[in-house]
Ligand binder design. Structure first.
Ligand SMILES: O=P(O)(O)OC[C@@]1(O)O[C@H](CO)[C@@H](O)[C@@H]1O
Ligand SMILES: [Mn+2]
Length: 389
């Protein structure tokens, strides 16, 4: 109880600093990333030459202060032993999973039925199925808990039946590039292994859509191994940690629905066999944009270079890919990536923040005229690809 009281008082102090636009203060508790964070703070400070020269909550880049807020929430917890590994968002992540049960059952059933006949599918049918699983994973990204302020954001309807209706809301669709990349890897068989890396976003329903996609990639032989990347600390409310990942696979396996538990058993086997590999890296919960990765986390960059394709899930990843800058809508994605190119990559993201690149001339303006909130509601999505150099 003493520890809880301490954590709560640190959290109210944080809320007060935020609400009254206090200066952003260095982190104090020693942790693996404390020094890197404080260096970044100094860097932000060096960019300022007005006022008292201190970055403040209302006057600093949103990407930076938003990440900082989640890092400070974590600091309040690690400063309060013995509850120092408590996940403040665990309950809402689990609730999202349970509330989406019916949709999850529908997805697992679809996958299991498909897998049984997958070898009989012709090229075109396989391509259609691949596109379906990608769309499921895309719209799964609507279900984050950060945009809704932690309020329930589960998937109650079966997503598979909505895919056709949602197609007009895909603003950039580079699906053909993904298909030709993976199908040519498979056809030419020049590579013994084909590796797809998925930079995960939210736990709960979205994670199921990602695992179902990853399962399809193996079952269809479009990939031979899938590597996942999650967060090392609770992040943006719903983001996946290793505990969420393992918890979800266990839950799916122990569910008393035949096809759902079959999925869970398959997934556990993939992990045991090393066909699915989960990676942790502290870089994902730093405030840096991804063009800084090769400098700040060269080991992670080198790991990503081993992939034939990297899928970046979600809105925050998109903001970090593009540096969260005020780009023109028509700037090419490749340019906005600012030199970040460990391997061919694709962003799978519903739009929840005011940034979008790579649109056709006039497309953004037209959307603004017809739907003023198109950038932030999660109603629209993209498959945006940056291919081999
Ligand atoms: O990365 P995700 O889960 O798709 O979205 C995270 C998000 O909801 O959090 C922020 C708002 O707090 C925005 O960057 C974004 O809309
Ligand atoms: Mn998220």
């Amino acid at each position: 109880m003493e520890a809880e009281k301490k954590a709560i008082s640190l959290l109210s102090k944080l809320r007060n600093e935020l609400q009254t636009d206090k200066p952003i203060v260095p982190l104090v508790e020693k942790f693996v990333d404390t020094d890197v964070w404080n260096q970044y703070l100094e860097y932000q400070q060096s960019l300022l030459n007005e006022g008292d020269g201190k970055p403040r909550w209302f006057h600093s880049p949103w990407l930076f202060v938003e990440c900082y807020m989640y890092r400070r929430i974590h600091e309040a917890i690690i400063q309060s032993p013995p509850i120092n590994d408590f996940d403040v968002f665990k309950e809402s992540k689990e609730q999202n999973f349970f509330e989406s049960q019916e949709s999850i059952i529908a997805l697992c059933t679809h996958l299991q039925e498909l897998v049984r006949t997958i070898d009989d599918l012709d090229e075109n049918q396989l391509k259609n199925e691949f596109f379906k699983f990608l769309q499921i994973s895309l719209w799964g990204n609507k279900c984050d808990l950060s945009l809704s302020g932690g309020e329930s954001s589960s998937q109650k309807m079966s997503i598979i039946n909505s895919l056709e209706d949602l197609k007009p809301f895909i603003l950039v669709n580079d699906f053909e590039h993904l298909w030709s990349l993976l199908s040519s890897c498979k056809r030419t068989r020049e590579k013994a292994s084909v590796r797809v890396d998925i930079i995960l976003d939210n736990a709960g329903f979205e994670l199921v859509t990602d695992l179902v996609l990853a399962d399809f990639l193996l079952s269809s032989k479009l990939a031979t191994e899938v590597h996942f990347y999650g967060k090392t600390i609770p992040w943006f409310v719903s983001d996946t940690t290793v505990h969420d990942f393992n918890w979800l696979v266990r839950q799916v396996k122990h569910c008393n629905h035949k096809w759902m538990s079959r999925c869970g058993a398959d997934w556990e086997r993939y992990i045991e066999m090393g066909r699915w590999v989960y990676h942790d890296h502290v870089f994902w919960t730093l405030p840096h944009e991804y063009s800084a990765m090769s400098q700040v986390a060269p080991d992670l960059y080198a790991e990503l270079q081993k992939a034939h394709l990297i899928l970046f899930k979600g809105d925050l990843n998109y903001r970090k890919l593009t540096g969260d800058r005020k780009w023109e809508f028509t700037i090419p994605f490749h340019q906005a990536l600012n030199g970040f190119h460990p391997a061919p990559l694709c962003s799978i993201r519903t739009l929840k923040a005011e940034i979008q690149v790579g649109l056709q001339p006039g497309q953004g303006e037209q959307l603004s005229a017809t739907d003023p909130h198109w950038l932030t509601t999660g109603k629209y999505g993209v498959f945006q690809f940056d291919g081999p150099l």
